[in-house]
Design a protein around this ligand. Structure first.
Ligand SMILES: [Zn+2]
Length: 140
């Protein structure tokens, strides 16, 4: 699986995540499948982080997320969140996500704020929790 994302989307994720520091930012990535091996990402939909400890975790605000999940025109292909001061590696809590059936999990690290680092993962829960990095291409 390879993910293609427009450079404008990458830029938007970076700006939005910086704006929410020191809290984790979160939201959905929408897009479409090209066959079974390519995903074209097209849009970021921000969701408020309702975690009681937003500098360490994210919980998507239910009021924000329901309209996205119930809109048949939106195809969620990824869950996005930022790590304001940690590397872009899934935490224990990230791996225990309720969103494991979503095809991709995007983590943007702002550990080095001038050099934001994006990693995209596939997370599987069955039979055992496992994750692997997915390749991605930033395009125009
Ligand atoms: Zn995380």
């Amino acid at each position: 699986m390879t993910i293609y994302l427009p450079s404008a989307l990458f830029h938007e994720l970076t700006v939005y995540s910086r704006k929410h520091m020191p809290h984790e930012a979160c939201g959905f990535i929408t897009g479409s499948f090209n066959g079974k091996t390519e995903i074209q990402a097209d849009r970021f939909i921000s969701i408020r982080n309702s975690s009681s400890n937003p500098a360490r975790h994210f919980t998507m605000n239910p009021t924000d997320l329901i309209p996205v999940l119930t809109d048949p025109s939106l195809h969620v292909i990824g869950i996005f969140h930022s790590h304001p001061d940690a590397p872009p590696i899934p935490s224990f809590q990230d791996l225990n996500t309720e969103w494991h059936t979503t095809p991709s999990h995007w983590i943007l690290s702002l550990l080095f704020p001038e050099a934001p680092s994006l990693h995209i993962y596939e997370i599987k829960k069955a039979p055992l929790t496992a994750y692997r990095k997915l390749p991605f291409v930033i395009c125009q």
